[in-house]
Write a protein that binds this ligand. Structure first.
Ligand code: ADP
Ligand code: MG
Length: 639
């Protein structure tokens, strides 16, 4: 049954229906659709109680006489025998008018707005989504107090406004009507509110101590008012939380150990934070941030389902840990944001789309990256440890977050042919670039040692050109994304022409000899022999000691990226590589000198290709033919 049918089965006009029926319908809808998780009712009631305490706290600033002698406190009493849950606060309380206004008409005006939207949406899209099932629309209607009816079939509110001597009892079954009656003063709290839930049969677990304690700790552990639990069965009182919200305290009051304890509780990890970020954003939006970069890598960091782990609070009330507060490439950051501006009763979908959250995300992301940069400037060793642990994740941002690409490249550290075991920044790289060097050169692969000794980088080494050795899978993706840094493009050493001609070899390294006409003729001949096994054969200026290597063509896909993609079954292997030959190499010149019909010359051409494939860690295209050729060549050598 859809909401619209319920609204008006005869005429289809919402306006003709009696108001209370709308409320009943709405309550039904809310109870069954707004929150998938019933536990949140407790969060809502505790939040209201805490709000009431905060209001009294605030009012007593101006009117000191109003505050009670007792410290602010929320008490949750469990009565399994009566299946009753009672939440009492000694906050501001409500007058009769407040009760009507807060627990009567707020729902009413909210209902009207909600119904208007629902009708508008229905008129706008006649055959669209089922009315009342649209989570965005439902989410716009705050639930708050009424979520109590998810678990209770009868709710009593006994309340006394601070500074008055009148108490009232509000009761409702959540079906559209409520009653307000005067209450005797000795039935009511001295000041504040008592909310009694007569739980539904299927909600009896909310009188179990361990259940309630767990929910309160998880959802309201940082509510700024202490919470006591009174267990009806044993009658004993215990404090579940002490009401202090660590992040709202001044930094100077908080020790490193406090932060570490808090971090461990929050992250469920046993290490210490490598970086702690605690600040309050002021100005257009106000929010507190307490964020940690862990010391160790969580085991599920590369699980594709792993999302961010930042919690969202609104005025110290926990809202969700599923909002994407930081981008995915910062998913290792743990912590929380406490916003003063977001409304408490907002569905997760609405939160995610709110411009306020976008502003917070931007601010927090910039701040975290700024803090990392500061660490890099001030403590290279600590930063290197951070980079070791989380660099591979941060690099995802280079292609995911175009706007911060330059910043992220600035934070990135690399192994390279000249860095040994130390991390190099791109600034370091460019400072050591050779004259006439126009690109940042890199090699991608899985093994740093093999990359460092690969034939493709010989010519770079001979010219003293540093080559970044990229061994994380993510590297093949961002590096191929047309990235540049400080105006210099990234260029793979295994792709396209090396164009090293303008860069002088280092002293002691022989200058590259011009390819002789014989070598040129041989290259053309090899091309004919290999046919479509390769897309081209050409003379190389990247080889000095090896005879041959393979590179990707200028506009093709980098060979390492191609390997990664085909390992994931994403693209069929197909792009034919370019075989580069070293025209100065003894093997090449001596093969070139053989007559074209010599069997050794043809075997040699194929073996040069297979040798290049093996140097890249691949198998010869045709392993059987390879073995036969090798056999023939060995037999000939042995005479
Ligand atoms: P919200 O908290 O978003 O205003 P709720 O539905 O949770 O919406 O509560 C409605 C109103 O009822 C509150 O704004 C407050 O004025 C009043 N209220 C609810 N619980 C209490 C309480 N324990 N003490 C005082 N006022 C309360
Ligand atoms: Mg509320």
């Amino acid at each position: 049954m859809t909401t619209t049918e319920t609204l008006s089965p005869e005429t289809g006009k919402a306006e003709t229906r009696v108001f209370e029926a709308d409320v009943a319908r709405l309550l039904h809808l809310m109870v069954h659709a707004v929150y998938s998780d019933r536990d949140v009712f407790l969060r809502e009631l505790v939040a209201n109680a805490a709000d009431a305490c905060e209001k009294l706290r605030y009012e007593s600033l101006a009117n000191p006489g109003i505050a009670s002698e007792q410290a602010q406190r929320i008490t949750i009493a469990l009565d399994p025998d009566q299946r009753r849950l009672t939440i009492t606060d000694n906050g501001i309380g409500m007058t009769e008018a407040d009760l009507v206004e807060a627990l009567g008409t707020i729902a009413r005006s909210g209902t009207r707005a909600f119904m208007d939207k629902l009708t508008a949406a229905k008129d706008g899209a006649k055959d669209g989504a089922k009315d009342g099932q649209d989570p965005q629309l439902i989410g716009q209607f705050g639930v708050g107090f009424y979520s109590a009816f998810m678990v209770a079939d009868q709710v009593e509110v006994i309340t006394r406004r601070a500074g008055t001597d009148l108490a009232h009892r509000w009761t409702s079954d959540g079906l559209g009507t409520y009653r307000i009656a005067p209450a005797a003063l000795d039935e009511a709290p001295a000041a504040g509110t008592r909310v009694v839930l007569h739980l539904k049969e299927d909600a009896a677990q909310y009188t179990e101590r361990h259940t309630v304690e767990r929910i309160v700790r998880a959802q309201s552990g940082h509510v700024p008012v202490p919470i006591d639990l009174i267990d009806g069965a044993e009658g004993e009182t215990s404090e579940v939380t002490d009401g202090s919200a660590l992040w709202t305290r001044p930094k100077s009051d908080i020790s490193a150990e406090d932060y570490a304890d808090f971090y461990r509780g929050l992250a469920g990890q046993f290490d210490s934070p490598a970086l702690t970020l605690h600040y309050r954003a002021e100005g257009k939006h106000e929010y507190n941030v307490l964020a940690f970069v862990p010391e160790t890598r969580p085991f599920d960091l590369f699980d594709p389902d792993r999302t961010g782990r930042m919690k969202l609070y609104v005025r110290r009330v926990f809202i969700t840990d599923e909002a994407e507060i930081v981008p995915r490439y910062l998913r290792f950051v743990r912590g929380l944001i406490d916003s003063a501006d977001l409304p408490l009763n907002m569905s997760r979908e609405m939160i995610q789309q709110s411009p306020l959250l976008a502003a917070i995300t931007k601010g927090v992301t910039n701040r975290i990256l700024g803090e990392l940069d500061k660490l890099a400037q001030t403590d290279a060793e600590k930063y290197a440890a951070f980079w070791d642990t989380f660099g591979a994740v941060l690099k995802e941002g280079i292609y995911e977050d175009y706007g911060r690409r330059e910043t992220l490249l600035g934070l990135a550290r690399f192994r390279s042919t000249s860095g040994g075991d130390s991390w190099r920044s791109l600034k370091d790289y460019l400072a050591d670039a050779r004259e006439n060097q126009t690109a940042i050169y890199y090699a991608t692969g899985t093994d740093r040692d093999r990359l460092a000794s690969s034939p493709q980088i010989e010519g770079f080494r001979a010219r003293g050109i540093e080559v970044l050795l990229l061994t994380d899978p993510v590297d093949s993706f961002w590096a191929a994304a047309g990235v540049d840094f400080d105006g210099k493009p990234f260029k793979s050493v295994t792709q396209g022409q090396a164009d090293l001609g303008l860069i002088a070899p280092l002293d002691g390294e022989a200058p590259p000899a011009q390819a002789t006409p014989e070598a040129d003729a041989f290259i053309t001949w090899v091309k004919g022999q290999l046919g479509d096994l390769v897309s081209d054969v050409r003379a190389s200026d990247r080889l000095t000691t090896s005879a041959a290597c393979l590179v990707a063509s200028e506009h093709g896909i980098d060979r390492q990226l191609e390997r990664l993609l085909s390992a994931n079954g994403q693209t069929p292997r197909g792009a034919k590589p370019v075989l580069e030959l070293n025209p100065r190499h003894d093997l090449v010149t001596r093969l070139a000198a053989l007559p074209d019909d010599a069997a050794l010359k043809a075997d040699g051409a194929h073996l040069l290709l297979d040798e290049a494939r093996i140097a890249d860690g691949e198998l010869p295209e045709d392993t059987r033919a390879f073995a036969e050729r090798l056999g023939r060549v060995m037999a000939q050598a042995l005479g």
